[in-house]
Design a protein around this ligand. Sequence first.
Ligand code: WTA
Length: 659
Amino acid sequence: MATDETTSKEQTGSISSVLSEKRKFPPSAEFSKNAHITSMEEYEKLYAAAAADPDKYWGDLAEKFHWFKKWDSVLDWAPPYAKWFSGGKTNICYNAVDVHAKSWRKNKAAIIWEGEEGPQRVLTYGELHRQVSKFANVLKIAGIRPGDRVAIYMGMVPELIIAVLACARVGAVHNVIFAGFSAHAISERVNDSRAKMVICADGTRRRGGSINLKNIVDEAIVNTPSVRSVIVLKVTGEKVHMHDGMDHWWHDLMGLAMDECEPAEVDAEHPLFVLYTSGSTGKPKGILHTTAGYMVHAANSFKYVFDIKDEDIYFCTADVGWITGHSYMAYGPLLNGATILMYEGAPNYPQWDRFWDIINRHKVTILYTAPTAIRAFIRAGNEWVTKHNLDSLRLLGTVGEPINPEAWMWYHRIVGQERCPIVDTWWQTETGGIMVSPLPGATPTKPGTATRPLPGIMVDVVRKNGDPCEANEGGYLVIKKPWPSMLRTIYGDNARYEKTYWSEFKDMYFTGDGARKDEDGYIWIMGRVDDVVNVSGHRLGTSEVESALVSYEAVAEAAVVSRPDDIKGNALVAFVTLKDEYVGDMNLREALRNHVAKEIGPIAKPDEIRWAKGLPKTRSGKIMRRLLRELATSNEVKGDVTTLEDFGVLENLRDQEDD
Ligand code: WTA
């Protein structure tokens, strides 16, 4: 390799980008004609106006909500601490529910729920208003005051959204804990946020069985002195132990509560929720979001990215336990008066066609899911999808990880029938809402890129010293201006907030992601910078090598990591999951190595390929490359595995004898 190039790369701290994807898909004339934003010219104009006068841009958007008192200033910025809409008073629950319940939408479906075993429930905006108001009264009677933290640990049932909204209504701070987490993880989160109450269910259904959530809560709250009471919703009817004085049934309390409750008039910066996200080391970070700024961006980004119309039925497959569930399952859609399809269970229950069956039966128009699910569907086979009529779909979305171009093409062809635009949305728990995404009626898409930032969002790709990268030069993804739904801090730990996000680059928020901007200004995410591998002096984003592997017919999913190598510095190890009908052998290994050499270049050829029945993932579906790195290096895993979803997969990934 040319040493000059290597040295200069190390100096600027850039990352080599090797993936070249040239396909481009403009929206159809018909889609554009009916969209909220109809052309790139319109987008460019909006973007330029927002960049020139951000206060006016965000201020105008905020005008659309109900305020008990208008704000004095749009933004007070004392880096890295922001206050949005200071002096204003509002309530996000009022804007998400009451506004619609008082309008013609009173009898419109807010939530269409389908249980795993098939039962259906429909909550109109009027009914949602009644339930939320009642439960808000329950919270008040239980002594919950504005600012108190309330932990919520439930499966995907409408009451989960009711509990979240009721907290917001009384000014309490919700802390939703994904129902797959252990007792230890609950105690850690409840203690860090010093929650006064836990709302849970007796159990949750999973693939025909059930998990007793109440038992897990019982185990957790032995170690949580701040908790005064537990409210238990009956979902599965399983046996639970109710502790006198501490535990109360949801239905008993609701039976006593009045169904009218004035919303609390909270300050714009009143804390709305804490949501924990795993740190790469140490304890989870409690990401704190506040009321008005979050409301403005969650609602507005939802409207434009999903091009939402009153007729739409919007199906988001994320759990409310994740930020996607907060912003685009609950708040974003409800603030727009949209109809949400909420599904309780697993995508492969009773069979691999559950999502497609739901889409067909409910005539879903918009589907928002994750690359990990898409890759699982590819592996299971096209026939599960194609046997259902998906003509109702008009728009598809993805979030959570880089989507490999071949997985994008599959989503486009098999699910979208080459008719539906795909919005690949880049954002984070910390950003609160979508930052980079196509606007479906305007932006020509390319498989594998989240395209351009939304108006008002100033993202850039920079070198280690903070200088902007050139087109197609890989670097670090940063955000250069505050935005309304940004995290305000890490709960109780300002020092960690400053260090994690604001110390790497001067006056810029560091996302932790590697990326490049192409000649059209499109952002290509190359994965977390911790996942960058250095081979013979070239720093490669693992996601690009993975995408090359996934573009081979037999491959469903791949994860690439490096291990130290005496000669090359680092060697590449690929963990590959094949589609169900293929078997891994020596010939396929060689074919794959050659395929990567052809797609990217010999430098990216994996030195070792291990067949994987499954890959280790977090509970939200992200591949845990850190564990694979340990496996590839020492053949054992010693690091923290508490966020790992399925422990069995690690066993299968140790050294493999040749086939
Ligand atoms: C990754 C999820 C590529 C990224 C909303 C980010 C993505 C992290 C995309 C945040 C995307 C999310 N393309 N990568 N469209 N969306 N990511 O906090 O690495 O669970 O930093 O928020 O997921 O994950 P989080």
